[in-house]
Design a protein around this ligand. Structure first.
Ligand SMILES: Nc1ncnc2c1ncn2[C@@H]1O[C@H](COP(=O)(O)OP(=O)(O)OP(=O)(O)O)[C@@H](O)[C@H]1O
Ligand SMILES: [Mg+2]
Length: 278
């Protein structure tokens, strides 16, 4: 049996002096009670995400990436361990609107214009019409969609729709953005472009980003920290602190440093699979 490498706390999971945690997960487990048998979705997960980091979760289908994101978002409750979001409970963070959540599909309302999709959370919050419009304008600029406010979602391409859903998640200016495979359904050329835009948005807004992906190049290109997860029950195999500069363009994918990090992710995923076989 292959030994599963343990996360190296000194490497990726420790809080640097002076850094503030956006998310702190300790010994977290989650068991779904189903009709036939309990499903162990997450097991003994320890993870610290610092404010301003770009963290990706990568792992095979069914390993618990979405579940972990949903626990952070208070859409799912852990059955063991503890979790803090912005120094408080996930529930308090949710009520505080501390995070925006972007789903795999854009989930826009076809009968609402782009602007009115973006202002929906702001309507619910009771902001004035003037403030709603000003915020929609600002976030549409952030995702490079100025001029599309009056279009309907079905008049936009898939990539543009996904940018609208990112704009909607940003509309109430959360510190934390949780994204579940937002570009998974898009072709590689569009994905590359959106990855560059997302990185640019992250640098300009200084938000904390937690991003789920199946793609090794996407994880390595985007992240300051990569969390490699094993098949069910989802556990953390490796936490990789990226040595790449925060300021990066797609060309960085040709560098030996990039290849080295991608190699380590691949090794972690392989180790996870051999764990699954035994
Ligand atoms: N509500 C639920 N009830 C029972 N089991 C669930 C529930 N939600 C998720 N699971 C199970 O928990 C495990 C983890 O699911 P999760 O959706 O987090 O995986 P994932 O890593 O996001 O996979 P993918 O890459 O395919 O999106 C899976 O085995 C799934 O079947
Ligand atoms: Mg998922």
């Amino acid at each position: 049996m292959t030994t599963v490498p343990q996360p190296r706390p000194e490497d990726g999971n420790s809080l640097k002096p002076g850094c503030i945690p956006a998310v702190e997960v300790k010994d977290l487990s989650l068991v779904f009670q189903t009709a036939d048998a309990p499903v162990h979705a997450l097991s003994h997960v320890d993870l610290t995400i610092e404010k301003g980091e770009f963290v990706s979760f990568i792992g095979p289908s069914g390993c618990g990436k979405t579940t972990l994101l949903r626990v952070i978002a208070d859409l799912q409750q852990a059955t063991g361990g503890t979790i803090e979001v912005n120094g408080t409970s996930p529930q308090a963070a949710r009520l505080d609107r501390a995070y925006g959540y972007v789903f795999q599909s854009p989930a826009l309302f076809p009968w609402r214009t782009v602007e009115r999709n973006i202002t929906l959370p702001l309507e619910i919050m009771g902001l004035t019409k003037t403030e709603q419009k000003a915020r929609a304008k600002r976030v549409l600029e952030l995702v490079n969609l100025s001029g599309f406010a009056r279009k309907f979602p079905w008049q936009l391409s898939g990539g543009m729709q996904q940018r609208v859903s990112i704009a909607r998640a940003l509309s109430f200016d959360p510190n934390l953005l949780l994204m579940d495979e937002p570009f998974g359904a898009l072709d590689e050329i569009i994905r590359d472009h959106l990855n560059e835009q997302l990185l640019d948005l992250w640098r300009r807004t200084e938000k904390t980003l937690v991003f789920v992906t199946h793609s090794i190049p996407e994880a390595v290109f985007l992240s300051t920290k990569i969390v490699v997860m094993s098949p069910r029950p989802g556990r953390i195999i490796d936490i990789i602190e990226s040595s790449l500069p925060r300021d990066r363009t797609l060309d960085i994918r040709e560098t030996p440093e990039f290849a080295e990090i991608a190699h380590r992710v691949r090794e972690g995923l392989k180790a996870g699979h051999s764990y699954d076989d035994h």
